[in-house]
Design a protein around this ligand. Structure first.
Ligand code: ZN
Length: 238
């Protein structure tokens, strides 16, 4: 994680999917910035449940952090369904989750985070928001190459050149394990925030909200559920 670019920086745009990681990033941002907005990307996800979870998580995170609730501003949804049509992976079409020749699961939409950051930077520019915040993590995130710190910081550099101004991208979870992500939420907002993330954030690739586990809702067997469950178990055992 790099340091925030300027002590006068007071506004941020959080890339916000409504999952555990971006929910934790939202809390992290509310702790630090006077004004925080959120952006989600509709790239033709199979599961509207993820888009619906976003509103519930925004509401519940501010309930868990009432002293910072007035820092949360507008939510935006950017239509990237055209890009999703290019990606056409297991996330956006009804295909089984499997690995390709690079060893990447086909849940990987090629270059997704690059497109998200470009779209977020354009929105932040229009909204007067100074810092982009994303939940990308290279520690235990299925090896997606566009989650790597090098990828994100190279993109931040390209954006700074392309927009002719500093475009800092903060990734507070980059080098954390999933257990440490739960620990961060606990540090920021205690049990209330942890409970809000468990109950309302959505991570499961299969969009399953019928099965409730100690770590939240999900099928329990897809890669995202396995990561979330294992991280929670590791954190809870400490
Ligand atoms: Zn699942």
């Amino acid at each position: 994680m790099s340091e925030i670019a300027s002590p006068s920086t007071t506004s941020a745009l959080v890339l916000f999917s409504g999952g555990q990681d971006s929910a934790t990033c939202l809390a992290w941002a509310l702790e630090r910035f006077d004004r925080v907005e959120t952006v989600g990307f509709d790239y033709g996800q199979r599961h509207a449940v993820e888009m619906e979870a976003r509103q519930a998580v925004r509401r519940e995170v501010t309930k868990a952090l009432p002293h910072w609730a007035d820092r949360l501003g507008d939510d935006h949804v950017v239509d990237l369904t055209g890009f999703g049509a290019i990606g056409e992976t297991a996330m956006t079409t009804e295909r089984a989750i499997e690995a390709d020749a690079r060893g990447l699961p086909n849940t990987f939409v090629p270059g997704r985070n690059l497109i998200f950051l470009v779209a977020a930077a354009a929105l932040a520019d229009r909204r007067g928001l100074e810092v982009l915040i994303g939940g990308m993590c290279e520690t235990d995130y299925s090896g997606y190459p566009d989650c790597r710190n090098d990828t994100i910081q190279a993109t931040a550099r390209a954006l700074s050149l392309g927009l002719d101004k500093s475009v800092p991208v903060e990734t507070p979870l980059m080098f954390l394990t999933k257990a440490q992500t739960w620990e961060m939420a606990d540090r920021i907002g205690g049990r209330d925030l942890v409970e809000a993330i468990i109950e309302f954030s959505h991570t499961c690739y299969l969009g399953d909200r019928t099965q409730r586990h100690v770590w939240g809702y999900g099928c329990g067997t897809c890669p995202a559920c396995e990561l979330r469950a294992a991280g929670y178990a590791e954190w809870a055992a400490v």
